[in-house]
Write a protein that binds this ligand. Structure first.
Ligand code: HEM
Ligand SMILES: *[C@@H]1O[C@H](CO)[C@@H](O)[C@H](O)[C@H]1NC(C)=O
Length: 506
């Protein structure tokens, strides 16, 4: 009896002790991690210690559904990713003031997020300073030289289009899976630029890499990506975000293999592709202390590869979803294409100037596709001001590119698919300032020229040859995209018919 009483007391004391200990540590942690907005910082919801605003967000659609916050706090508001404050920019005015007017101040990248760890601080897209500047300039120059080079950029793209056409011809009269088709096309076009080769659609290299890329563009900015960014203590645990790192290692290995093969087969001074150009440049620079190195090359390729594949292919997927379900728009483009190209064998990028309606259609597709909804996050490079608020150096900046693309004050038809958004009363092509799917300022997409060429050549060639029909059995089309670093349309089937010579007076 007595001993039972002692035991009970002991247990009670231990329990009480643990409870007190728990509360003390909680309060200590609270004080330690208490998050306080800097002075005159954009307003936002009160963060919870450690978690920031993570728990207040819709866990399925983490970053996507913050409209209520912006209604409550205005165009510029802040949220906490764990202990780190982030400022969200909504609408053209705020984005222009940051990205364009203060391009230098807002062109940094955050540190310590998943997206940085994936690229280990190397490459071009997630780096700052001289490494970023030198590699960005090198990519822009090399891509520009390729436009004129042998084979020219246009020839490289048309070469890949040939294979898309062949695939669609085989499937004429039926419906086919456009997801794999356009991912492979986007992937191969980047490959011809980076490695000078394309891969057969059955190739394992191609299939594996595409899978790794598409998976990662959903993990980043998805639930597990946000948990990684918010709760550093969990980062080493075997949670689903480890998949992203595993994928990255696999892609990196493929790229390192490509580099080794190039080192064996190259002729210095006669570059076939971007890898050769880079190796030439490395030799030219020698040990001048520049940021060019073979290890850096692999991460550099990784960035171009990653940034150039899923973006273009998802834009194309959006294009065919809308073209199939808006046959009037499709037919008007086909009519214009027929008139302008006549008997000409192949379209060239120059022809766009004589195709205002088709141009308007492509831009409208990019507007509704909203391919990179929040851009990769930026960071401020020094203390600065924005729309009357103080923004300290190193603050995470989230440019909400979606918000400008559907801003009611900026568009004639903000919430519907309508190429007239890009046409004036005379039917000429015009580009409103709020059109920023490639972002703006010093960080603007460096593949914009290539991407625009791809979209134009692919869409025009395919519309000229085929008619695309929404398969009857497919039900009502669902336009809501799947959120991630990169938006993708929900999977659908592409109905393909050959266009006869009688179609639309061809
Ligand atoms: C429709 C296709 C594309 C879209 C919508 C797109 C969009 C974007 C956006 C929004 C950014 C972020 C800019 C920022 O941080 O503010 C970006 C960056 C970038 N894009 Fe693209 N992109 C496309 C195609 C490409 C292609 C084909 C390439 C390959 C050459 C490419 C390479 C890059 C690179 C390397 C960056 C990082 C630039 C930097 O941080 O300095 N993109 N892109
Ligand atoms: C970005 O803008 C869109 C459209 O205005 C909105 O629905 C979304 O919630 C915004 N996202 C953020 C992070 O503010």
């Amino acid at each position: 009896m007595w001993s039972f009483f002692v035991k009970l007391c002991r247990t009670a004391v231990t329990m009480l002790g643990s409870a007190i200990l728990f509360w003390i540590s909680f309060i200590l942690l609270f004080l330690l991690f208490r998050t306080k907005r800097p002075k005159n910082f954009p307003p936002g919801p009160r963060p919870i210690p450690i978690f920031g605003n993570l728990l207040q967000l819709d866990l399925v659609d983490l970053l996507n559904d913050l409209r209520k916050l912006s209604e409550r706090y205005g165009k510029v508001y802040s949220i906490y990713l764990g202990r780190k404050p982030a400022v969200v920019l909504n609408g053209l005015q705020a984005m222009r003031e940051a990205l364009v007017t203060q391009s230098v101040e807002f062109a940094g990248r955050p540190k310590g997020l998943m997206i940085n760890h994936l690229s280990e601080g190397k490459g071009v897209g997630m780096t700052d300073g001289p490494m970023w500047k030198e590699h960005r300039r090198f990519a822009l120059t090399t891509l520009r030289n390729f436009r004129m080079g042998k084979p020219s950029m246009e020839e490289r793209i048309l070469g890949e289009i040939f294979h898309i056409v062949k695939h669609l011809e085989k499937n004429a009269g039926k419906s086919t899976d456009p997801q794999t088709l356009f991912h492979k096309a986007g992937f191969n076009i980047i490959c011809t630029v980076l490695f000078g080769t394309r891969f057969k659609h059955e190739d394992e290299f191609l299939q594996l890499n595409i899978r790794h890329i598409t998976e990662n563009s959903k993990i980043i900015n998805g639930l597990w990506g946000m948990i990684y960014d918010t709760l550093p203590l969990l980062r080493t645990l075997p949670l689903p975000f480890q998949k992203a790192f595993q994928n990255m290692r696999m892609i990196r290995k493929s790229l390192a293999d490509q580099v080794s093969q190039h080192k064996e087969s190259r002729v210095p001074g006669e570059p076939r592709d971007l890898i050769d150009c880079y190796l030439d440049e490395m030799e030219k620079r020698g040990d001048d202390g520049s940021s060019f190195s073979e290890n850096q090359l692999v991460f550099y390729l990784l960035d171009l590869f990653f940034a150039g594949t899923d973006t273009t292919s998802n834009t194309l997927l959006t294009a065919f979803l809308y073209l199939m379900t808006h046959p009037d728009v499709q037919e008007r483009c086909q009519k214009e294409i027929n008139e302008v190209l006549g008997e000409k064998e192949q379209v060239s990028f120059q022809d766009r100037h004589r195709m205002p309606y088709t141009q308007a259609m492509i831009h409208e597709i990019q507007r509704v596709a909203d391919t990179v909804p929040l851009a990769p996050f930026h960071a401020t490079t020094k203390d600065t001001r924005l729309m009357g608020y103080n923004i300290p150096k190193g603050t995470i900046i989230i440019p909400n590119l979606s918000s400008g693309l559907s801003e009611e004050s900026q568009w004639k038809f903000p919430h519907e698919f309508n190429p007239s958004n890009f046409l004036n009363d005379e039917g000429e092509f015009v580009k409103p300032e709020a059109f920023m799917p490639f972002s703006a300022g010093f960080r603007v997409c460096l593949g914009e020229g290539l991407a625009r060429m791809e979209l134009f050549l692919i869409l025009v060639t395919l519309l000229r040859r085929f008619k695309f029909i929404w398969p009857e059995e497919a039900g009502v089309p669902d336009y809501t995209p799947v959120f991630g670093l990169i938006h993708s349309p929900k999977p659908y089937k592409l109905g393909v018919r050959l266009r006869g010579s009688g179609d639309l007076g061809a």
